[in-house]
Design a protein around this ligand. Sequence first.
Ligand code: FAD
Length: 326
Amino acid sequence: MADVLVYVLHNGGAFNKNSLGAVSEAAARAAEIGGSAHAAVLGGEELTDELVGSLGAYGATKVFRAKGTAGLAAPVVDFLDAVIEQHGHRYAIFGGGLLGFEIGGGLAARRSAGLTSEVTEVKAEGGELVAHRPILGDSQISVSHYRGDLGIIIGRINAFEVRQSGSGAAEIVDVDVAYQDFSNAAELIIRGEQRGEAVDIEGANVLVAVGRGFGSAENLSLADALAGAFGGNTAVAATRAVVDAGWAAYASQIGQTGKTVAPKLYLAAGISGAIQHKVGMQSSENIVAINKDANAPIFEFSDLGIVGDLNKILPKLTDAIKAKKG
Ligand SMILES: Cc1cc2nc3c(=O)[nH]c(=O)nc-3n(C[C@H](O)[C@H](O)[C@H](O)COP(=O)(O)OP(=O)(O)OC[C@H]3O[C@@H](n4cnc5c(N)ncnc54)[C@H](O)[C@@H]3O)c2cc1C
């Protein structure tokens, strides 16, 4: 059976954009290998028939729904394991992000499956799905073919475009999951960002990213002012150096051990551009870097580079944006 399963994250009664992209991708690729795209959702009363069925618009023909804790990986792994055991899906696709990595890894271990993360393209070849993943600083593409019963594909964040391809509501199948004892040992108390409720680093259109070049926590007010001038869906993000120094919360960290983002504009100030930072932001549509060192690595992957002191440039940029906005 060449069916493809997608775990769909949701929060506050809305599906995650990244997950909807994964459903769209699964629908397009499953059609090419003679299979169907199915979705899986875990949660409580918020998962109404109407909401769950709406995944049909993105190409899911069937949605498996179970009661359980959605924001932790272990219960989701039990759920997906049970669905795949019953139905025999050939592939599972995740939209990326920290939880997706954790669930994908857990599922791979549970079912002895092959896993490729940071996938930017999925292709159908000879009735099989093949995952393309950029490697070596995106200079080469590694191609994964899958052996065994299950292949797991974790996309790079926002790599899969959201497309409304389906017609009508998806069929809903309620599943009773026999959770492992350890899976419900942890309890999800609250889900949210540390740096204020309105901050959504992964969903922001514009990110003002701060690095050690700011010199102090107090000086981050320059970035806050710039973000304020942009207004709208803008947030302040940080490097690990800034988070480790205690100047910003971990929730705002971008990179290998932080979040992966792909905003329309990533404005990096006082950031050197280490590979561990780059992997979290390289998919941004436009990258603008401000650094006083003309040889800083970040200029190698920026669309626009400004060599200079951020303490002088940021206030002027803030004023210019305010003036432009009238
Ligand atoms: C296993 C591992 C995981 C990691 N994970 C992450 C991760 O998830 N995210 C992450 O970001 N890092 C991560 N790192 C750390 C990473 O290697 C770098 O150390 C870190 O990204 C550097 O942060 P930075 O650019 O803020 O600081 P620096 O590298 O110290 O760069 C500061 C920059 O500011 C510039 N500057 C200084 N003063 C000014 C000024 N007045 N005006 C303009 N420019 C100025 C300097 O020229 C310099 O280029 C990880 C490291 C390891 C080993």
